[in-house]
Design a protein. Structure first.
Length: 573
């Protein structure tokens, strides 16, 4: 009897000792682990901060170099389009005049018609008179010449040769006779330059037909290049103006073409200041020079890259002092979050310990009573087993219904985002696979909109993850109110969301995306202020795989980011 009493007493007081001790130990270990993690994170923050900004700077420079290379490759195409349009417009004007005067009631002579056509086309000049419309006949006679060659009108220039020795006029006549119209590169004098010097130009000629005439126009390559470069530099200067790094562009002669931070130095030759290093390096490094386009004697990181097939060098600079200012903010934010977490953990530990004592006391009483009533409990269990055996089929049926209810609940949990309540990526994949099958079967189209919050990491870093989480929940609520019932809206991951719009073409989807963008931009988020989103829009193509459609809409989204964020980009193929 004595031994039995000791065993019962020991078993009864065990929870009172074990549970509070375990809770206290786990709390202390959690706080210590949080401290170790904070110290490691604090040490890594500076290195990661520099690497992140330098990587971002390099990525931006590489992207701008690719953009510049692509845009400069289009100069010839744009030049051809521009010259052909001028000649086609002149041709249409002349053709209309000829048709009107020859079909009228009054007889008009060919000479008078020709003079009217020349008078109508003579004012058509561009580029300060360096581009114009000319008219020659198949004998090489000048019928319409620019002002600086007016003395040649009425005379033949069929034997004219350019600086390369080519019979330019004869080649033009051959083109219009054999093909009706066409392009050719040649060299010619310029009204604003030395008349003995010829410059490379692209010409387009077109057969008029009525009087063995042909029309032509041209533009000098350097004019087209300067115009395109001016537009390109203006577009580049507007890209990512809020970045911590400063962008610049040189040509191979050391002329500064672009520096938003120092516009007064644009056009200056700074080749002596860079000692040749800028023209050869393609890696980020610290240096103490480049005073021509930077703050004097400040350590900095720079990355430069040659633009393919051009004489441009694009680069960017990040100053250490700017990085340190950002780093201090990040460190202060990290310290605040750490102190807040430690304070919360200590509060939780205290309350957990109190709760553990209370729980262990109740448990000890329960254990004691349980042991005292052990025999009675065994008897009751035997009786319960007899009843259970008698009603086994009913219990099995009941359990089956319960399992079905649990499965329904599990299905809901598997397809729902726990934070926002929106459908998750798993639910979206099921929906789009079903929509693709329906689209392929009935030939109906559907579209996708993918978007994410711009600079969402900054929201988390600046205001805390609780504010960021609330922003995500607000986004979901806004979308639920703005989208149709048939649309499938899901949280695709992190701050990224996606919308499947059945029976919707690309234009309607683009309109919806723009409406969503404006709605978010105009909404005020509690504690976070005004936020924006970048959106990509695609329409599902016939027989297109799901992965391909998702890659295209993801690409459209990143085009919006590359364009400066808070944009809608449409990818049609």
């Amino acid at each position: 009897m004595f031994k039995k009493f000791n065993v019962i007493t020991f078993l009864a007081i065990m929870p009172m000792l074990f549970i509070p001790a375990t809770v206290g130990f786990v709390s202390m270990m959690a706080i210590e682990s949080e401290k170790v993690l904070f110290e490691q994170t604090f040490k890594q923050l500076e290195v990661e901060h520099v690497e992140k900004n330098v990587t971002a700077m390099r990525s931006k420079v590489d992207s701008l170099a690719d953009l510049a290379s692509y845009r400069k490759s289009l100069i010839d195409i744009e030049l051809q389009t521009r010259i052909k349009r001028r000649v086609d417009e002149a041709y249409n004007v002349a053709n209309s005049i000829h048709a009107h005067l020859t079909n009228g009631q009054e007889k008009v002579s060919d000479f008078d018609i020709q003079e009217i056509i020349k008078s109508a086309l003579r004012p058509l000049v561009w580029n300060e008179g360096e581009s114009f419309i000319w008219i020659l006949d198949f004998e090489g006679t000048f019928h319409l010449a620019p002002s600086y060659l007016r003395h040649l009108e009425g005379s033949s220039i069929i034997d004219f040769k350019d600086a390369t020795g080519r019979d330019v006029i004869k080649e033009e006549i051959l083109i219009v006779k054999e093909r009706g119209e066409g392009f050719m590169w040649d060299t010619f004098t310029r009204p604003t330059k030395d008349p003995n010097t010829q410059y490379e130009q692209l010409a387009f000629v077109k057969n008029f037909g009525h009087y063995d005439w042909y029309f032509g126009s041209s533009e000098y390559l350097d004019i087209a290049t300067k115009s395109s470069d001016k537009k390109l530099l203006k577009a580049i200067s507007k890209i990512d103006q809020a970045s911590v790094d400063e962008m610049f562009i040189f040509d191979s002669n050391g002329i500064l073409l672009l520096s938003p931070a120092y516009p007064e130095k644009v056009g200056t030759n700074l080749s002596e200041l860079v000692d040749g290093q800028l023209m050869t390096t393609k890696k980020a490094f610290q240096y103490e020079w480049l005073e021509g386009i930077s703050r004097v004697a400040e350590a900095k990181h720079v990355y430069v890259k040659n633009v393919l097939n051009t004489d441009w060098i694009i680069g960017s600079v990040i100053y250490d002092v700017d990085l340190k200012a950002e780093l201090i903010q990040a460190q202060n934010s990290l310290i605040q979050r750490y102190n807040k977490r430690i304070s919360n953990m200590k509060s939780v530990s205290v309350w957990s310990f109190v709760l553990a004592i209370f729980t262990s006391l109740l448990l000890s009483v329960s254990v004691h009573n349980l042991l005292v009533r052990y025999k009675e409990a065994l008897a009751n269990k035997n009786r319960e087993l007899q009843v259970l055996n008698a009603t086994l089929e009913e219990k099995v049926s009941l359990r089956t219904h319960e399992l079905e209810a649990v499965n329904v609940q599990l299905e809901r949990l598997a397809t729902t985002d726990s934070l926002t309540g929106a459908q998750n990526r798993y639910a979206f994949m099921k929906a789009i696979e079903s929509e693709v099958k329906r689209s392929d079967r009935y030939g109906e189209h559907f579209s996708l909109i993918m978007f994410d919050l711009d600079f969402f990491k900054t929201v988390n870093d600046q205001f805390g993850h609780d504010v960021g989480d609330q922003a995500l929940i607000t986004i979901v609520n806004l979308m639920d109110a703005a989208l149709r019932d048939v649309d499938v809206f899901c949280r695709f991951g992190g701050e990224e969301f996606i919308v499947l719009m059945p029976c919707t073409n690309i234009k309607a989807a683009e309109d919806t995306a723009e409406r969503l963008r404006v709605m978010v931009e105009n909404h005020y988020f509690n504690n976070a202020g005004h936020l924006t989103i970048s959106l990509g829009v695609v329409e599902h193509l016939k027989n297109e795989l799901v992965d391909t459609a998702l890659k295209r809409v993801d690409l459209a989204l990143y085009q919006s980011k590359d364009r400066g964020r808070n944009k809608v980009s449409v990818l049609k193929s």
